[in-house]
Design a protein around this ligand. Structure first.
Ligand code: S3P
Length: 173
């Protein structure tokens, strides 16, 4: 494979971005795996919950854009983004030369994957299913601006990673 452009995974919290990014990096050993949330946690020395609580969501969004700006001239990256990152047009612009993948899933699938989670401030709410539904409907049109969409319901990460690689190899041909 000669393609070296960055692969970006986007989609809702719980759609499997991190798991699939790890699978992809096993299959592409000369690519570097970037977890945007993990990098922000490391540089801010705070959890995502703490950042949202003390500095607010807008500050977190600013950190996401700053991080993408730093990565903009690097290639051979697999970037697993936080679920809100690709929604922002400035970030889409910074990622426009990348091969971006929207990992889609139904409300039910997302709900089942995140219902026990406490690390995501936006999902710390009473009516979780309604909140997921609302976020998907607000964000879907933006997620769909990615280079391609892969439906993840009832699929194993291995299969999803292979589907991504297949599309990636054929991209630009
Ligand atoms: C967010 C998703 C989270 C994290 C933050 C906000 C979002 O990442 O960036 O809690 O707005 O969808 P994951 O998608 O990895 O859970």
């Amino acid at each position: 494979m000669t393609n070296t452009i960055n692969i970006v995974l986007t989609g809702m919290m719980g759609c499997g971005k991190s798991t699939i990014a790890k699978k992809l990096s096993e299959k592409l050993p000369n690519f570097k795996l970037i977890e945007t949330d993990e990098l922000i946690i490391k540089t801010e020395k705070k959890s995502i919950n703490e950042i949202f609580k003390t500095q607010g969501e807008a500050y977190f969004r600013q950190k996401e854009t700053e991080l993408l700006t730093q990565l903009k001239d690097q290639d051979k990256l697999i970037i697993s983004t936080g679920g809100g990152m690709f929604v922002n047009h400035k970030n889409q612009e910074l990622l426009k030369s990348s091969f971006s993948v929207y990992l889609s899933a139904t409300v039910e699938t997302i709900y089942n994957r995140v219902k026990m989670d406490t690390k995501r401030p936006l999902l710390n709410c009473d009516n979780l299913k309604e909140k997921i539904k609302k976020l998907i409907s607000e964000r879907e049109l933006e997620y769909q601006k990615a280079t391609c969409e892969i439906k993840t319901d009832d699929k194993q990460p291995e299969k999803i990673a292979d589907e991504i690689l297949e599309k990636y190899k054929n991209h630009g041909n």
